[in-house]
Design a protein around this ligand. Structure first.
Ligand code: SAH
Length: 246
């Protein structure tokens, strides 16, 4: 998978791309990420990349020209690339969306700044707008990092163990069950007995039950998209009845 990031602050990505899992994935060649500085693409004398908004108002707007020129240089005609503008107006990123983007060969991510980007750049060379949530950042760089991080861990080989991406929060449609590691007792709190006895079937059952319990408590909206067995439906009904009694 190849990702190109168009930004006026390429240095912001230096440690993000060199440390931890992302750093390792890049070192192993599972992922290539290029940060392309928009400034050199500006045809203005002082290489500006923004100007005042037509119609007035606060803040600056990023010029269309450097963006369109940079885009043409990294993905001519948009061939073979999915060109994404990180923007609070976009579709909200979800695990499903990340899974579908992880199948693309080349992603180009445009990071906005200031008040935003001249609409004509979006009209001319963006395939879709993507938001990382209902809040506003000062720039698209942190959003691009969130997207790269979330997609990278879905690229085969990036996570240590092939199935560690399978049964975690959101992949199964449920939030994740609680995790424990050594020691068995910490500050008087013990690890649930079932996790210590080596009975794999019991452990799977306990984890599924805990995932259902936590999802029901915190994000009941997610349950609508989850297939439940007859027994699980019964268990949930019992929990509901217990709740009603209280
Ligand atoms: N005036 C704009 C906000 C500009 S914020 C508006 O009201 O929509 C500056 C830049 O930060 C945006 O161009 C975008 O690239 C990025 N950004 C801000 N919030 C974001 C979010 N929730 N998701 C993705 N990108 C975001």
């Amino acid at each position: 998978m190849h990702i190109t990031i168009l930004t006026i602050f390429p240095e912001m990505f230096t440690s993000f791309l060199s440390e931890s899992m992302i750093g390792r994935a890049i070192a192993q060649g599972l992922l290539t990420v290029d940060c392309v500085d928009l400034r050199p693409f500006s045809d203005r004398k002082h290489k500006n990349t923004d100007d005042d908004p037509f119609g007035g108002g606060a803040g600056m707007v990023m010029l269309a020209q450097p963006i369109v020129s940079a885009m043409e240089s990294v993905a001519p005609g948009g061939e073979g690339a999915r060109r994404i503008f990180l923007s609070p107006r976009g579709e909200t990123l979800t695990q499903r969306k990340a899974e579908s983007l992880a199948k693309e060969a080349h992603l180009v991510l445009l990071c906005g700044h200031y008040e935003g980007v001249d609409q004509r750049a979006i009209d001319l060379c963006i395939d879709e707008e993507l938001s990382i949530g209902d809040y506003v950042l000062t720039g698209g760089e942190p959003a691009a990092m969130v997207l790269v991080d979330c997609i990278a861990r879905l690229v085969p080989g990036v996570l240590g163990c092939a199935d560690s991406a399978v049964d975690e929060s959101f992949s199964s449609g449920l939030l994740e069950y609680p995790q424990y590691t050594r020691p068995r007792v910490f500050q008087g709190l013990s690890v649930p007995e079932v996790l210590l006895n080596g009975n794999h079937a019991e452990i799977v059952k306990w984890r599924r039950r805990e995932a259902l319990r936590i999802t029901r408590e915190r994000r009941p909206d997610l349950l609508a998209g989850v297939e439940l067995t007859e027994a699980e439906r019964g268990m949930m009904a019992e929990w509901d009845a217990e709740n009603d009694e209280r």
